[in-house]
Write a protein that binds this ligand. Structure first.
Ligand code: CTP
Ligand code: ZN
Length: 152
């Protein structure tokens, strides 16, 4: 295959490229991964055309290799994200994100009366459905669905 495509965001030497993020959720992904708090070089592009989704975003983090449990947190907002591990400019591995069975400290319970919304504590949910995502609160047992999902 002839590779004559232009890279819309510069190639990186070593690190992780997170591709196929819904453009609407780019900043949620940045916040979930704490990318706003690290010193690595980060480039991103958004509202890029995608054949799979309407508009996608891409994030490139130099010299960062995420643990699966870190990266799987973004699955709630970017279930079709693809990870590309880059070493010496080459893609050495591709991975898909997976939704964890237990979601700890990421999502907010939609029930205003839930203890997690009234005390300083970490939320816990179990996954009841993947797409659209539905989470059952460990404390109040109410289901938070995609429509009501807020990421902390
Ligand atoms: N990439 C990069 N720096 C490199 C190599 C690749 O930033 N040194 C990025 C590319 O821009 C692309 C992603 O990593 O967004 C995956 O690269 P590659 O597998 O070469 O691209 P595609 O074949 O388009 O991948 P796919 O169709 O799986 O998205
Ligand atoms: Zn709750």
């Amino acid at each position: 295959m002839v590779k004559n495509k232009e890279l819309k965001v510069s190639a990186i030497k070593d690190g992780t490229v997170i591709d196929h993020i819904p453009a609407t959720h780019l900043f949620k992904v940045i916040s979930i991964l704490g990318l706003d708090k690290i010193k690595n070089q980060i480039t991103f592009g958004t509202n890029l055309e995608s054949h799979q989704q309407g508009h996608k975003a891409i994030i490139k983090v130099a010299d960062k290799f995420f643990k699966d449990e870190e990266i799987n947190k973004i699955s709630l907002v970017a279930p079709h994200a693809k990870l590309n591990i880059i070493k010496e400019y080459e893609v050495v591995e591709k991975k898909a994100v997976e939704i964890p069975e237990n979601i700890v400290g990421i999502a907010k319970c939609f029930n205003p009366k839930c203890v997690t919304n009234n005390e300083e504590m970490i939320t816990r949910f179990s996954l009841v459905q993947e797409e659209p995502v539905a989470l059952k609160c460990h404390y109040c047992e109410k289901i938070t669905n995609e429509e009501h999902l807020h990421i902390k």
